[in-house]
Design a protein around this ligand. Structure first.
Ligand code: CAA
Length: 384
């Protein structure tokens, strides 16, 4: 593959956040279970006038200039928080971003994994058409039932990546290692607003997928595990990356160096799981907090329950720092408002989309795009 990869990247996360020490106090449990045991401090909570479309549009708007828009030939939106069984969220986002009509737009799904398939498809498309660009957006709301073990692993964010033949952030290297196996560790049937999850099984299968995807990668590429400078893992909670990295280090008989995973986990600790966006929020974290990463080799391990895993290699481009949105990301985090437990529960109960009646959402988000409500079964979006 000729030089292709990520030219621009940015994330968006809602302005409201829940503190896990408040959840621990509510439940009368030791807060260290969250802070140390799963490695999470806070999770982002979207107000009712935000959804995967508005988060995606906010993330993408931050990286797109008019010149990019004329070159984009595809918008691929990865999510497992779908808003419609038929129409893709990508089409709404295409409209909100005022992209040209000679552009395809579609949605992909496979739990937390699908953004990685989208990134690979985008790289392949650009390799064939180097004058074109592809917009890949991962956008998800991790919404688990209240008072369950998974409640602490909620979160919400979108990551937008512009893929091109001028990858000023990172270029795609070699061939990915992949793994698929039919497992019921986490799934959400159509009638459910929250997933069904076998938490213990999911962490075990996650590790199995890491090992198998890594082995498939190793069989096709000359890179040894020890050759990688940094690792980004899918982050349902940050402790999962510690476990996965320990596991793969043991498997490869490589000494464990936690410094190779630390910077990729900083944003996720305070934003929470964001499913398809989670791995790429980890990449943003590494880019924003890592010391000089010029020419460094980064291993990425993508996992989506059900399950599909993919291990792949990005090389950071020399001079990448000039193209980051670090200040924007820091401002988003700095301006968040902590929710009381009562407000958290009110936000958690999102409008019932199966009800026939129209509704209007109050203005709560400060993002540029908002989900204004539903009229005649149609979702209404607005710019503010
Ligand atoms: N101080 C320090 N640590 C403590 C502690 C304390 N007081 N109390 C408990 N802990 C530790 C436990 O020892 C445990 O650590 P180990 O796993 O290293 O043993 C950790 O805190 C969690 O404790 P429990 O195992 O008792 O937690 P739980 O069963 O209540 O919930 C969970 C954990 C199963 C991950 C749950 O949060 C969950 O179901 N989450 C959703 C599913 C998930 O995220 N799975 C991850 C893999 S699947 C995936 O990656 C896809 C995806 O995004 C969903």
């Amino acid at each position: 593959m000729s030089q292709v990869g990520i030219e621009k990247i940015a994330f968006y996360t809602p302005q409201f956040v829940v503190d896990l020490t408040d959840i621990a106090a509510r439940d009368g449990i030791d807060e260290q279970k969250f802070l140390t045991g799963i490695g999470q401090e806070r999770f982002a909570m979207p107000p009712h006038d935000e959804d995967i479309v508005t988060m995606a549009a906010n993330a993408a708007e931050a990286i797109l200039e008019d010149a990019d828009k004329t070159q984009i030939n595809s918008v691929i939106l990865a999510t497992e928080s779908g808003i419609d069984q038929s129409k893709s969220a990508a089409v709404y986002v295409h409209h909100l971003l005022e992209l040209p009509h000679n552009c395809r737009a579609f949605e992909v799904k496979q739990a937390c994994y699908s953004a990685t398939a989208a990134l690979k498809m985008a790289c392949d498309e650009v390799a064939l058409n180097p004058d074109k660009k592809v917009l890949v957006i991962a956008s998800d709301i991790a919404h688990y039932a209240l008072n369950t073990p998974a409640e602490a692993t909620q979160g919400a964010a979108a990551v937008a990546m512009l893929v091109s033949a001028t990858p000023t952030i990172a270029s795609y290297q070699g061939k990915p290692g992949v793994y698929t196996s039919d497992v019921m560790d986490f799934w959400r049937p159509n009638q459910q607003s929250t997933p069904l999850v076998n938490g213990r099984l999911s962490t075990k299968i996650y590790l199995e997928a890491c090992a198998a995807a890594w082995q498939d990668f190793a069989a096709q590429n000359a890179m040894a595990f020890a050759d990688f400078d940094q690792f980004c893992y899918h982050l349902p909670f940050s402790k999962m990356a510690n476990k996965a990295h320990q596991y793969l280090c043991r498997l490869n008989d490589v000494a464990l160096d936690e410094n190779k995973i630390h910077n990729a986990m900083i944003y996720n600790r305070i934003i929470g799981n964001c499913y398809t966006a989670s791995l790429y929020l980890g990449l943003c974290s590494l880019l924003d907090f890592g010391a000089d990463l010029d020419n460094q080799d980064v291993a990425l391990m993508s996992y989506g329950s059900g399950c599909v895993g993919e291990f792949f290699h990005l090389r950071i481009t020399e001079g990448y720092r000039a193209h980051l949105k670090t200040e924007l990301h820091r401002a988003l985090i700095a301006n968040r408002k902590k929710l009381s437990l009562a407000d958290y529960e009110a936000f958690w109960h999102r409008p019932d989309m199966t009800a026939a009646s129209d509704f209007t959402n109050a203005t709560q988000t400060q993002g540029h795009f908002r989900f204004a409500g539903v009229a005649a079964h149609q979702r209404m979006y607005a710019r503010q």
